[in-house]
Design a protein around this ligand. Structure first.
Ligand SMILES: C[S@@+](CC[C@H](N)C(=O)[O-])C[C@H]1O[C@@H](n2cnc3c(N)ncnc32)[C@H](O)[C@@H]1O
Length: 324
């Protein structure tokens, strides 16, 4: 099923920006925060989830990580009152394991990942995540490294662009969009948000435009996921973070895209049922023991009331597991 949403919009007031943390009560309940525990928020954003965790910590610690410098600065400011209970780092969550060990922690009592983009990113035009105003086509969460959206859009072969738009955007017009991009970039580099949005508009017949969203929404989501390597980062980081959990430690992941949710579901399933023996074997001979207990047989979705007050939450799915 297509999930048109681009990510989470998190709800703390940060000047003129608002970020409403998605599934806040549910995620913190699943984390089961112990006052003396060590926790990691691997997608700190503006610190909405982090603040609820910090309220429950007494002598423990929260390690907050985000790869976006702007988010790090805002979160530090917003959570200043929590002093030494919080340690904040700018890093990719793929580097979190090593970073946490370097801080002297050899295990975690829980971690949370709230994937996708933040409102701050979406609503800061010059970051290039949106198309409502003209801006450079960037979309990098970490602006200090990697290729921008403009680099990908102008540099990738047409077939690769088509695959990305189809897989990450679940966009049925992917082939046509990629074809138009390939033709237009011959005339002029597509290096702004409005230019790309117009190419998409021109690729999809008017009658087939989605009724409630802009026709470029899915393409922008797809390019953003590719620019930030979001699926591969999750695939790499989740097993490592699970391996850092102490017995009884909890993993809580909120995703906004079917591919992300599949990675979470499969990773948890492998942790809970690692046995690789053929199904017709009378008993297990591979000796692999479960490391996880799945706490959410079905993903938890936001209530109607939450979606009404925060439409950005509509595609969220929460999964949680406990180390055993
Ligand atoms: C949906 S927001 C999180 C909002 C946060 N829970 C809050 O309540 O304010 C997702 C955040 O994850 C960050 N992020 C995404 N991928 C990341 C990665 N691989 N490593 C570190 N941070 C990442 C983004 O920069 C963004 O700030």
């Amino acid at each position: 099923m297509p999930w048109p949403h681009m990510g989470c919009e998190a709800g703390r007031s940060t000047g003129d920006k608002m970020h409403i943390p998605v599934l806040l009560r549910e995620s913190v309940d699943f984390l089961n925060v112990r006052p003396a525990g060590v926790y990691a928020d691997l997608t700190l954003g503006l610190g909405g989830h982090a603040e609820e965790i910090l309220k429950k910590i007494k002598s423990g610690r929260l390690i907050g990580i985000d790869k976006d410098m702007q988010a790090i600065e805002r979160a530090k400011e917003a959570l200043e009152a929590y002093g030494e209970k919080l340690a904040v780092f700018k890093a990719d969550f793929q580097e979190a394991g090593e970073l946490i060990r370097r801080q002297g922690y050899n295990g975690l009592d829980g971690f949370i990942m709230d994937l996708g983009v933040s409102t701050l990113q979406l609503k800061t035009p010059e970051r290039g995540f949106g198309f409502s105003s003209e801006a450079p086509l960037d979309m990098r969460m970490d602006r200090s490294r990697g290729e921008s959206a403009a680099d990908l859009v102008n540099g990738l072969p047409e077939g690769e662009l088509s695959r990305i738009i189809f897989e990450y955007g679940e966009e049925r017009w992917a082939k046509r969009i990629a074809r138009t991009i390939a033709a237009r970039r011959e005339e002029k580099r597509i290096d702004t948000t409005r230019l790309l949005a117009r190419v998409v508009e021109d690729s999809i017949p008017r009658g087939a435009w989605p009724p409630k969203t802009h026709p470029a929404t899915r393409t922008f989501q797809a390019i953003r996921i590719a620019v930030n390597g979001e699926i591969d980062a999750l695939k790499a980081a989740l097993p490592e973070m699970i391996s850092m959990l102490r017995t009884g430690g909890r993993a809580v992941v909120i995703s906004y895209h079917s591919l992300e949710d599949r990675v979470v579901k499969d990773t948890f399933r492998v942790g809970a049922r690692p046995c690789t023996c053929p199904p017709d074997f009378p008993k297990c001979v591979c000796g692999k023991k479960p490391a996880l207990r799945i706490l959410t047989p079905k993903p938890v979705a936001p209530s109607e009331a939450e979606i009404k007050s925060n439409p950005s939450a509509r595609s969220a799915k929460l999964r949680a597991a406990e180390k055993i």
